[in-house]
Design a binder for this molecule. Structure first.
Ligand code: ZN
Length: 163
């Protein structure tokens, strides 16, 4: 268990498409370190590329700040379907500290992944979980919030970030 350094944009690892995990159990140590790192950074979600590891793993805990920790680990996650209903809300990112950006996301998704025992899982996510999972899977595809903004909004966000 260890707190890892969080890579900040524009670190090139954040723009790389992450590789699939071939053996889930091998990701156990990484996932534990990622959860430590996420809690330490006061975050609710963290993807492996954010700690410099280009593998398809993310962790999430929507409720720990309210006093009920519920750590979840997603290996090789795939969005099977997404709702047509979209909502735009402010998103922060531990790799782009200090700013939030307004991002449109599907309000509900069906997610398929493998757990650390190598067992396939599938669930419908809504609310914060759905938005967070989409944000983290973007990281696995080398996409950050800035990439989802209009050119004008991106220029404004980058200026704010770099200021
Ligand atoms: Zn992020």
């Amino acid at each position: 268990m260890a707190v890892l350094a969080v890579r900040v944009w524009p670190d090139p690892v954040l723009s790389r498409v992450a590789e699939p995990v071939t053996e889930s159990a091998a990701a156990r140590g990484l996932a534990a370190d990622m959860l430590d790192t996420m809690y330490h950074a006061q975050g609710r979600g963290l993807a492996a590329p954010q700690v410099g590891v280009s593998l398809r793993v993310f962790v999430m805990d929507a409720t720990w700040k309210e006093g009920t920790p519920a750590p979840q680990v997603f290996v090789n996650p795939v969005i099977v379907s997404r709702s047509d209903v979209m909502a735009t809300g402010p998103e922060g990112c531990l790799s782009i500290p200090g700013i939030t950006t307004a991002i449109a996301r599907a309000t509900a998704i069906r997610l398929r992944w493998t757990d650390l025992d190598g067992i396939g899982q599938e669930a419908d996510l809504t609310g914060f979980d759905a938005i967070c999972a989409q944000h983290e899977i973007d990281h696995l595809d080398g996409i950050v919030t800035l990439d989802r903004l209009s050119p004008e909004a991106r220029a404004k966000a980058e200026a704010e970030y770099l200021a």
